[in-house]
Design a protein around this ligand. Structure first.
Ligand code: NAD
Ligand code: MG
Length: 401
């Protein structure tokens, strides 16, 4: 069931989960361009209390959430000094509360990693318009998540640029399998990351700084490393399967270094429909906020003469095995994608702390995926248990080397 916002005069309340991050900041940038359409219900951050204070001053949310009560107390004092009435809460339960609050019609899910799962599911179960950036939540809980979207009448709009592009390239009603709608394949574009064309041997010594220096997109550190290993594309392949009822073999990854085509749908009559734009997340964010309308996102018009050319190549799965690992996890089904995701989160954190080499990220993920049993992922408890066990296994491997 679609929510019907079109033409409504009232300002929609928005909760931004992960407001201080890259997606959160871009979301607030778009919202601030349309004060007639949106008001901020709640903003949440993990530990970045200074950044959240600045956002509270600027956007005047009704509620602000931090992880730790000590940080929340600090923020409460600063806001009181400034004469602001924002209520400040803390902890995981507070995230769920602002996700399901009746004052929020729209929830931007932009926490990074598994920490976003419970509040995102809470927004889905409350029937919100959910703007999904937090792909890890869907990767972990795919079937359960999509069932909840249908059951609770939530409107799920993908914010990941590739999935947002595919959403725009598909018929409005696209559930029930791709073939039913004449779609042969989804073409998921990938920039190739900062190490496109590098050999496995050359990758062995790369640093976190090199991995986080993405050629086209400015993003948080975790997704930047995922882009460098191609695990991001692997997670996106799984994400596409759930969002669009696709089988893994119906999703073709196409490396496209310019990041101008954000993805495509190939139809059985030979047509390929693509969505193009400058690489700026404010485009999919504005699309999700205003859908089915279109609003200004602050993004410059695409200058095709400046782009000049569009290149395409196949991904190198020898140098970047994470893509294959993700495809295998999707094919294995059940808790396998949750295990893959948890092992990857542990591996990326270790890499960013300088405790693990770049190539060992895929090695660690492969070992954990091989060792952990695959169970049916019918309920949340099983999924969270698989996530916790995979993290334990990853930490044990890291400690034992
Ligand atoms: P980021 O690291 O810049 O921001 C993460 C946000 O989540 C911050 O506000 C942080 O305070 C909060 N957070 C972190 N850990 C938390 C925890 N344990 N509990 C509660 N809050 C926590 O990340 P980002 O680049 O904005 O990415 C956010 C999500 O969007 C990720 O899932 C990412 O894969 C996805 N995504 C990002 C981009 C992008 O361009 N940045 C593009 C597509 C998808
Ligand atoms: Mg993406």
């Amino acid at each position: 069931m679609a929510d019907s916002f079109a033409g409504s005069a009232h300002r929609r309340g928005v909760t931004v989960l992960g407001a201080t991050g890259s997606i959160g900041t871009s979301t607030l940038d778009v919202i601030a361009r349309h004060p007639d359409r949106y008001r901020v219900h709640a903003l949440t951050a993990h530990r970045s209390r200074e950044a959240l204070l600045a956002q509270c001053r600027r956007h005047r949310p009704e509620v602000a959430v931090l992880e730790r009560e000590a940080d929340a107390a600090w923020l409460r004092e600063r806001l009181a000094e400034a004469g602001l009435v924002t209520e400040v809460t803390s902890g995981p339960r507070a995230l769920v509360e602002v996700a399901e609050a009746s004052d929020a019609e729209v929830v931007m899910s932009a926490i990074v990693g598994a920490a976003g799962l419970l509040p995102t599911l809470a927004a889905v179960r409350a029937g919100k318009r959910v703007l999904l950036a937090n792909k890890e939540a869907l990767v972990m809980s795919g079937a359960l998540f999509m069932e909840a979207v249908a059951r609770f009448g939530a409107t799920l709009l993908p914010i990941d640029s590739e999935h947002n592009a595919i959403y725009q390239c598909l018929p409005v009603e696209h559930r029930g399998g791709l073939a039913r709608h004449g779609v042969r394949q989804l073409l998921l574009t990938a920039s190739g990351g900062p190490f496109r064309g590098w050999s496995r041997a050359a990758l062995a010594g790369v640093s976190p700084e090199q991995a986080c220096a993405h050629p086209n997109w400015s993003m948080g550190r975790k997704i930047s490393v995922d882009s460098a290993t191609l695990m991001n594309k692997g997670l996106e392949l799984i994400e596409a399967c759930w969002l669009f009822d696709a089988r893994p073999d119906q999703v073709q990854v196409v490396v496209h270094p310019q990041s101008v085509i954000h993805s495509m749908a190939a139809y059985s009559d030979g047509s390929v429909i693509a969505q193009l734009g400058n690489p700026d997340m404010r485009t999919p964010i504005a699309y999700g906020l205003a859908w089915p309308e279109r609003i200004d996102a602050g993004v410059a018009a695409l200058d095709l003469f400046a782009v000049a050319r569009l290149d395409f190549e196949a991904p190198d799965e020898i140098a970047f095995p994470c893509l294959r690992l993700a495809r295998e996890a999707m094919a294995a089904g059940g808790t396998a994608p949750a295990v893959l995701n948890a092992a990857n989160e542990a591996a990326v954190a270790a890499f960013l702390e300088g405790r693990l080499g770049f190539n060992a990220i895929a090695e660690l993920v492969a070992r954990v995926c091989d060792a952990e049993p695959v169970r049916p992922a019918d309920d949340l408890e099983t999924i969270l248990e698989a996530d916790a066990q995979a993290r334990c296994a990853a930490h044990a491997w890291l400690a034992g080397r």
